[in-house]
Design a protein around this ligand. Structure first.
Ligand code: NDP
Length: 451
C-alpha cells in the first residue's frame, strides 16, 4: 500500500519538529500538523520566554552588586509591558525560524489539529493524509486541581506570559519547577509573592540539600512560603482574589492577591481529542503508553515527549524523537537512555542536578555512599558584601568510587552541571574529578577540589 508520507508527526513542539527534521534529513517524506504556533510549549509559553523573564528578574541583584565595585547606578525602574513585549517579539522571531527550518528540511507543515480517522489516516480540518508511520508528539497542558474550590479564577503558566499588568501581589499554588521559578521571577521584578505548598519543602524529588537551600534562599529574598497547606479555596471579590489557606488542623488564613493567583500544580498529556479511539493505541493513566523504543501498542505509531508523561523535559522529547528517527529512517538502532538526565531549575539562586540524590544512592548502595559537600560565598559577592551562597554536593558510590550524583545551587548552576553531567554519564570516579586541574578562580573548580 502506498501512503502520502513515510512519517506524519502530530504536534510541532520541540519533540515533533526535531523528529520531523531528522527523519527528513535521512530522505523520508515527512508531514507535520500543528494547530497552534510552531515550537510548542517550550518556545511559546515555557522554557524560552521563562528564561528571558529570569534574566529580567536578576537586574536588581546585579545593580546592588555593582555598587560594591564602585559603580553608582542611577534610579532604576522596571516596565512590565516593555519586557512582555520584548519577550513575545523574541518568541515571534523563533516561530519564523522554525518555519524556515521546516521548509528547508522539506517537511510539509499542516496548520490545524491532527486527528486519527484510522490508524494510518490523519484528518487536519477537511484535509486527510495517510502515512506509513505516525508520531504522536502533542505535549501536555497545565492541570488545575478540581479539589481547590474557585480554581477557575487562577491562571496557569499559559497565561502568565501575556499579562498586560504586573501583578502587585500574587499567590502561587504549587512548589514544583513552575511554581518556584515564577515565584522567583516575580519577586525579582518587584511583585509581592506568596507561595503555597502542601508539603514542608519545595521541589519534591530533588536532593534534600537543594530543596532546603532553595527554600531558604527564596525566603531570604522576600518570598513568603506557606508550607503544609493542603486546604486552599479561591474567591473572586470586587478588589481582586481572596484565598483561604489552611493546614490540616490550623485556622485558615486569608490572603489577598490583586488579580492573579497562579496554579502551578503539574501538567498532563494533551491527548483527549486525538481520535486515539480509532486506533489500537493504549492510554494508561491519561498518557500514551510506549515501550523503550517509544512504540505504542499499535505497531507503526510512536509517541515522544510530554504526551507519554515519562520525563517532562524538552531535551528528553528531542532525544526520544531523534532516537526514533535514527532507528526507523537512519538505519541505526537507538533508544533513549533515561539515566543521568541533568536538569536545572531557574530559580534565584539557580539549581541544577544530575544523577542520584543522597537518599536514592543510600537506598542503592547503603553505607558505601560517600558525600562531598561545599558551601561558600562566591568571589563576586565579596566586594558588595552580599550574603549569597553557592552549594555543591557530590554523591559517590564508595564501592566503585564512581560519582553517581552531582548537585548545585548557585550562579550558573545549569551551565556548570551540564559539563559535570558528561563526566557522570561516562562513569567518572571521584579520583577522575580529583585528577582534573581546576579552572581558577571560578566556582566550578570546587567540583574538582572537594575533600
Ligand atoms: P511539578 O509536578 O513539578 O510540581 C507540581 C506542584 O504542584 C508540586 O509542588 C505539587 O505538590 C503541587 N500540587 C499538585 N497538585 C496539587 C493540589 N491539588 N493542591 C496543591 N498543590 C498541588 O509541576 P509544574 O507544574 O511545576 O511543572 C510541570 C513540569 O514541567 C515539571 O514536572 C517539569 O518536568 C516541567 N518543567 C521543567 C522546567 C525546567 O526544566 N526548568 C521548568 C518548568 C517546567 P507535591 O510536591 O506535594 O506533589
Amino acid at each position: 500500500m502506498s501512503y502520502d508520507f513515510d512519517l506524519f508527526v502530530i504536534g510541532a513542539g520541540s519533540g515533533g519538529i526535531a523528529t520531523a527534521r531528522r527523519a527528513a534529513e535521512y530522505g523520508a517524506k515527512v508531514g507535520i500538523a500543528e494547530f497552534d504556533r510552531l515550537g510548542g510549549t517550550c518556545v511559546n509559553r515555557g522554557c524560552v520566554p521563562k528564561k528571558l523573564m529570569v534574566y529580567a528578574s536578576h537586574f536588581p541583584k546585579d545593580f546592588q552588586a555593582a555598587s560594591g565595585y564602585g559603580w553608582t547606578v542611577g534610579e532604576s525602574k522596571f516596565n512590565w509591558k516593555t519586557m512582555i513585549t520584548a519577550v513575545n517579539n523574541e518568541v515571534d522571531r523563533l516561530n519564523s525560524i522554525y518555519q524556515r527550518m521546516l521548509d528547508k528540511s522539506e517537511v510539509t507543515v499542516y496548520e490545524g489539529y491532527g486527528k486519527f480517522i484510522d490508524s494510518h489516516t490523519i484528518a487536519i480540518g477537511d484535509e486527510k493524509v495517510t502515512a506509513e508511520k505516525i508520531l504522536i508528539a502533542v505535549g501536555g497542558k497545565p492541570v488545575k486541581p478540581d479539589d481547590i474550590p474557585g480554581i477557575e479564577h487562577a491562571i496557569t503558566s499559559r497565561e502568565i506570559f501575556h499579562l498586560q499588568e504586573q501583578p502587585k501581589q500574587i499567590v502561587i499554588i504549587g512548589g514544583g519547577y513552575i511554581g518556584v521559578e515564577f515565584a522567583c521571577i516575580l519577586n525579582g521584578l518587584g511583585s509581592e509573592v506568596t507561595l503555597v505548598i502542601r508539603s514542608d519543602k519545595v521541589l519534591r524529588g530533588f536532593e534534600e540539600d537543594i530543596r532546603m537551600e532553595i527554600q531558604e534562599a527564596m525566603q531570604g529574598n522576600g518570598i513568603r512560603i506557606l508550607t503544609n497547606k493542603p486546604n486552599i479555596a479561591i474567591e473572586k471579590t470586587n478588589t481582586g482574589l481572596q484565598l483561604k489557606i489552611a493546614g490540616r488542623e490550623e485556622e485558615e488564613e486569608i490572603l489577598v492577591a490583586d488579580a492573579v493567583s497562579l496554579a502551578a500544580t503539574g501538567r498532563s498529556p494533551r491527548i483527549e481529542n486525538l481520535g486515539l479511539e480509532n486506533t489500537n493505541v493504549e492510554v494508561v493513566n491519561g498518557a500514551v503508553a510506549i515501550d523503550k523504543y517509544n512504540q505504542t501498542t499499535e505497531e507503526h505509531i510512536y509517541a515522544v515527549g510530554d504526551c507519554t508523561a515519562k520525563v517532562e523535559l524538552t531535551p528528553v522529547a528531542i532525544k526520544e524523537g531523534r532516537a526514533f528517527a535514527d532507528t526507523h529512517f537512519g538505519g541505526q538502532s537507538k533508544q533513549m537512555a533515561y539515566d543521568n538526565i541533568p536538569t536545572a531549575v531557574f530559580t534565584t539562586p539557580e539549581a541544577a542536578t544530575v544523577g542520584l540524590t543522597e537518599a536514592e544512592a543510600r537506598e542503592k548502595y547503603g553505607n558505601a555512599v560517600k558525600i562531598y559537600r561545599s558551601k561558600f560565598r562566591p568571589m563576586y559577592y565579596t566586594l558588595p558584601d552580599m550574603q549569597v551562597k553557592t552549594l555543591m554536593k557530590l554523591v559517590v558510590d564508595g564501592n566503585t568510587n564512581k560519582v553517581v550524583g552531582a548537585h548545585m545551587v548557585g550562579d550558573s548552576a545549569a551551565e556548570i552541571i551540564q559539563g559535570i553531567a558528561i563526566a557522570v554519564k561516562m562513569g567518572a570516579t571521584k579520583a577522575d574529578f580529583d585528577a582534573t586541574v581546576a579552572v581558577h578562580p571560578s566556582s566550578a573548580e570546587e567540583f574538582v577540589t572537594m575533600r
